[in-house]
Design a protein around this ligand. Structure first.
Ligand code: SF4
Length: 363
């Protein structure tokens, strides 16, 4: 029988597994699951031999049924000389495909935000994004254990195992891919990342990101499903509030902004968390017309604006906005009472900034 990867199981699934497959009695299953979660996620044990709260017999039995193997290994680590951003190129055990994870330091370089990928490359085709250039034949979703491997590898690199005052303080699922196309695996990952006996991240320490898709899960729009099932911050990759222009930049189906607005309002009603509107600052989307259209959208959806510096890479079709135009644009947003933050791109020298993850190695 093929072993189950531990990191693909939620806490409740582990409990069931221990009862059904390992033969642990029902009233002990919760306690045993807690012991396993604590030892594996908080103490980073690598083998069930180290699970000394379990009898030798029980450990042997579990070893035959569950694997603790990381689903990915490091191929290359690149560190930005400019700002300390660290990019990990990872190879996935399953099929040797590659994905990337980025650690972004804060100003004092004492804490990090981890940027996780949810797929190899991306199924979508945003024109300004290098990830979209990865050949579609390589693209596939990552399993929950492949997403978890990314943070475990980074925590190992930083030796970040203190239960409070973690070095990896926040997580954004904004690397390669759109979570809404890999929702079930992302749910397993987030449940484990939030669990008190596991990595114990609060709901406001995690952000998922999507262009805003119209797909449904169990009759719910994926956006409402995420509010109920994930309950973390939602970053909407909007990038242009004028529908026709947005579809040209992001030809990802016919999900009109007007159709998505009620879904994001619902997200806010359920979670009480504002939506982060992600907006890459390009020459042709940072005009007064765009600012006014965005203000009208922000009046409908409780939200905050994150303006992102554009890193042009090899893409000659898009140019970054000038600082002067960014300032005028931000002022219109702020004068209407909304929050607009401008984020300088980090990790530019190692192709680790937003929209530049394209599996490029150092040459
Ligand atoms: S911007 Fe995000 S959704 Fe669009 S192609 Fe890039 S990774 Fe995919």
């Amino acid at each position: 029988m093929e072993k189950k990867n531990f990191y693909d199981l939620t806490f409740d699934q582990l409990k069931e597994f221990l009862i059904e497959k390992v033969g642990i009695v029902e009233k002990q299953a919760k306690m045993r699951s807690q012991q396993m979660f604590n030892a594996i996620y908080k103490k980073n044990i690598k083998s069930f031999d180290e699970l000394t709260t379990f009898s030798l017999d029980l450990r042997e039995k579990i070893k035959d049924l569950i694997s603790l193997e990381r689903s990915a290994k490091i191929i290359e680590i690149q560190k930005s000389k400019n700002d300390g951003t660290i990019k990990f190129l990872l190879e996935l055990n399953k099929d040797k495909r590659q994905t990337e994870t980025v650690l972004i330091p804060n100003k004092s370089k004492s804490k990090y935000t981890i940027c996780l990928s949810v797929s190899v490359g991306c199924f979508l085709n945003c024109k300004f994004c290098a990830t979209a250039q990865i050949p579609k034949k390589l693209v596939r979703n990552l399993s929950a254990s492949e997403i978890m491997s990314q943070i475990m590898i980074c925590k190992e690199y930083l030796n970040d195992w203190k239960t409070s005052n973690k070095l990896v303080k926040t997580q954004v699922l904004m690397g390669s891919g759109d979570f809404a196309l890999n929702a079930e695996n992302v749910r397993t990952y987030i449940q484990n990342a939030k669990h008190k006996d596991s990595l114990d991240y609060g709901r406001t320490r995690i952000t998922v990101s999507s262009v805003g898709l119209g797909n449904k899960i169990k009759d719910l729009s994926v956006i409402e499903w995420a509010a109920r099932e994930l309950d973390v911050y939602f970053a909407w990759s909007l990038h242009n509030p004028i529908n026709k222009q947005r579809l040209e930049m992001m030809p990802n189906g016919n999900y009109s902004i007007d159709d998505l607005i009620p879904k994001f309002k619902k997200y806010y009603q359920i979670t009480k968390l504002p939506i982060f509107i992600e907006y890459v600052a390009l020459e042709n989307n940072i005009t007064k017309e765009h600012a006014n259209a965005l203000v009208s959208l922000m009046k409908k959806v409780p939200s905050k604006l994150n303006l992102i510096e554009y890193n042009p890479l090899d893409n000659r079709d898009f140019k970054p906005a000038t600082q002067e135009n960014i300032d005028i644009f931000s002022k219109i947003i702020q004068d209407n009472g909304f929050l607009a933050l401008f984020r300088k791109s980090k990790g530019r020298d190692i192709n680790a900034s937003c929209g530049s993850l394209a599996l490029k190695r150092v040459t």
